[in-house]
Ligand binder design. Structure first.
Ligand code: NAP
Length: 327
């Protein structure tokens, strides 16, 4: 088997030199574990944060993955079962059901494997809980989402539409992404955040204001959203990707006191606190996936040997939808 290991701590943007591929003997499952051959890997922004200290150097990295059981001494798993687990960034993993979030995947007819690591996985669940639990989206609410063309961003837009959102506005990092949002993903308006200040660009894209903001970016995006939110608006703060590759503290938001002046509500979202919502979420979304009304938005990079390239590409914004790697 092959594992990926981090070899040094990056300052700023990481590069391929911070990683190495290491061959190791294929592990044999012991009592209570199963050997899983991985089929798909998720590369996620939180990995960049972990690279600053949480990941041990020169040890196999971990990450979300989907694989098939090839040998099992775990009574809950049989050969051929599909498993979601967090021992990714390696070709094979030893998995114990129920440990560290690992769970057997219930394969639904007509749902592609990539869905289980994107719209139907942690990415979609993050969007679903942000909308239904944190901001409690009501039909007709006007919504803004940042990093709108990414995994969580596209899932937010699709789920918000199903929940009856009013206008949906998004920001993204290129003109091509902006066109994709409005032409293919049903956004009412979108802007490239490089074209001016988010505050001005959002005010133009949502001249009547917004009720809800799902924040994937932080900093100037949060400041712009606070400025555009109507009284009693709600913010689900999901991530701060603008911050992950810099040691500098963000200057924005400089208008935080408007949270008081407008009686806004700002709440952080951590998907791992909502794993009990997964089955409700699947009941809600699977019929739409099966009918073809919704398709997973994914960019799939082929070949485990390209996982570092995919990860760095995602940080640079090369993905449309969730960035995945396929064996
Ligand atoms: P993603 O949005 O698919 O990929 C990251 C995107 O961030 C890139 O495509 C890029 O798109 C954008 N980006 C990179 N640098 C940026 C910058 N300086 N300013 C603005 N945008 C920038 O990733 P994801 O997995 O769906 O995650 C999105 C956010 O949700 C991240 O902040 C992540 O940490 C967070 N998250 C949180 C939870 C939770 O439980 N709280 C769970 C999942 C994800 P552009 O081309 O548009 O720049």
């Amino acid at each position: 088997m092959i594992t990926v290991q981090q070899t040094a701590r990056p300052t700023g943007f990481p590069s391929p030199e911070h990683f190495t591929f290491v061959e190791a003997p294929e592990p044999a499952p012991g009592p209570g574990t199963a050997l899983v051959e991985n089929l798909y890997w998720s590369v996620d922004p939180y990995h960049r944060e972990m690279m600053d200290g949480d990941f041990e150097l020169n040890a196999p990295l971990e990450g979300r993955a989907l694989g098939r059981v090839v040998a099992s001494l775990d009574p809950g798993l049989s050969e051929g079962d599909l498993v979601f687990h967090r021992q990714g960034w390696r070709t094979h993993s030893l998995v114990t059901l129920g440990t560290n979030g690992s769970r057997k995947i219930k394969p639904y007819d007509g749902v592609s494997l990539s869905a289980y690591l994107s719209i139907l996985g942690g990415t979609g669940l993050t969007a679903y809980v942000a909308l239904t639990r944190t901001v409690q989206l009501k039909p007709g609410d006007d919504l803004f989402v940042s990093a709108a063309a990414g995994g969580v961003g596209t899932a937010v837009a699709r789920i918000a539409r199903l929940l009856g959102a009013g206008r949906i506005v998004g920001s993204a990092g290129s003109a091509a992404k902006v066109a994709h949002l409005t032409e293919h993903l049903g956004f009412d308006a979108a802007f490239d955040y490089h074209d001016g200040t988010v505050r001005e660009l959002l005010a133009k894209a949502a001249p009547e204001g917004i009720d809800v903001y799902v924040d994937n970016v932080g900093g100037d995006h949060l400041e712009g959203a606070i400025a555009s939110l109507r009284d009693r608006g709600r913010i689900a703060w999901v991530g701060a990707v603008a911050q992950y590759n810099t040691a500098e503290a963000p200057a924005a938001p400089r208008n935080l006191f408007a949270v008081v002046e407008k009686s806004l509500r700002l709440e952080g979202v951590l998907v791992r606190n909502y794993t009990d919502v997964q089955s409700e979420f699947e009941d809600f979304l699977v019929p739409h996936l099966q009918s073809g009304h919704i398709a997973p938005d994914v960019t799939v990079v082929e070949g485990f040997e390209r996982i570092v390239e995919a990860f760095l590409g995602m940080l640079r914004g090369e993905n449309l939808g969730k960035m995945l790697v396929k064996a």
